[in-house]
Design a protein around this ligand. Structure first.
Ligand code: ADP
Ligand code: MG
Length: 325
């Protein structure tokens, strides 16, 4: 595919208009209205061996956990409650039964922890790669979901937790696989963050019921990319203060050890699965859910996303986040 992922998605979107009352392509989940006054949320995500995980490094338990986690995160991103999931697997014939048992144990543990029962799926053979496709369902009361398009000028921009840990964990994984560098204790903490995301389902639901919260999504590609989706959908601009980004001690230490820019990883690392939301600046002062303010929304949409306090060696334009194509 020569076109970018988002160009392709825009093209698909123009082919299928969502029916009246639905939210279709373009947000973290689709929203389907129910007759009873509630709404159903649906999202699907695929993980492909070699692209999203390395079978030789991730344990099957971790993979089962993570496959579900990245999907539950999209329900969190809308402020929804759990309903259930469907699991479609394409599996190479030589995959050991014990591997599959462990995979399902991880999938079951996170499903029970978050209250998403597995309701169905599909199992098929593949030539040599594992492919995992999860569809997740959630629910919410009519009108209580938080979409990407609600940000307003003057809003503060917030995140629920540290940025960059998961991307650095992936860096440590790649060093282990390709260079044989065993992660030290500090790097292992980052690898854990990469392999065991804890989606913010409770926080998402609480934020959806908090006065003054206007837009929300989860951080899967890094805020440099993800925040741009909020700006586009809301037709606004934003200033992010790089000094205010929440960055863990482990991330700082790891970047120090390897001469990497911790800010670059915090902005572009991806797979943190924290929530990114915008809310009224006054209301934020009373918000009890743990969060960090990282910037503000501005009216001028043409100014796009501006990073204040960006170190000289980093270039504003280079921050686009993770792209699949
Ligand atoms: P997320 O990172 O939250 O999972 P994506 O960036 O993958 O979101 O997708 C953005 C939007 O595009 C979502 O609404 C998703 O459902 C939609 N989308 C992505 N790929 C396709 C596709 N092949 N067909 C239809 N819709 C798609
Ligand atoms: Mg998402």
């Amino acid at each position: 595919m020569n076109q970018g992922e988002f160009e392709f998605i825009d093209k698909i979107k123009s082919l299928f208009q969502a029916p009246q009352g639905y939210v279709g392509i373009g947000d973290d989940c689709a929203i389907i209205p129910n007759e009873s006054g509630s709404e159903t949320l649906v999202s699907t995500d695929m993980l492909v061996e070699g692209s999203h995980f390395l079978r030789e490094d991730i344990t099957p338990y971790q993979l089962g956990w993570k496959s579900a986690a990245v999907n539950f995160s999209d329900i969190a991103a809308m402020g929804g409650s759990p309903v259930g999931s469907f699991l479609a697997l394409a599996l190479p014939k030589d995959l050991p039964d014990a591997w599959l048992d462990e995979f399902m144990r991880g999938y079951k543990d996170i499903s029970e922890r978050y209250g998403f029962p597995l309701l169905g799926g599909d199992t098929t053979a593949s030539k040599d790669r594992i492919c995992i496709c999860v569809t997740v369902l959630g629910r919410c009361e009519v009108g209580s979901t938080l979409l990407r398009g609600g940000a307003r000028p003057g809003d503060v921009i917030c995140v629920t937790g540290n940025l960059g840990d998961s991307g650095l964990g992936l860096d440590a994984v790649l060093k282990r696989v390709s260079e044989g560098v065993e992660p030290d204790e500090n790097a292992m903490a980052l690898v854990e963050r990469h392999y065991f995301p804890y989606p913010r389902v409770n926080e998402g639901r609480m934020l959806a019921h908090t006065e003054g919260v206007h837009a929300m999504m989860d951080i899967s590609d890094g805020i440099a990319s993800d925040l741009r989706h909020i700006l586009e959908a809301s037709q606004v601009g934003a200033i992010v203060d790089v000094w205010q980004l929440p960055i863990s001690q482990e991330a700082r230490r790891y970047c120090g050890n390897y001469g990497m820019s911790v800010y670059e990883k915090a902005l572009c690392g991806g797979e943190d699965y924290e929530l990114l939301f915008t809310m009224d600046a006054e209301a934020e002062k009373c918000l009890e859910i743990p969060h960090y303010v990282i910037g503000k929304i501005v009216e001028d949409k043409d100014s796009g996303l501006f990073f204040a306090n960006l170190p000289d060696e980093l270039d504003q334009e280079s921050f686009i986040g993770f792209r699949h194509f």
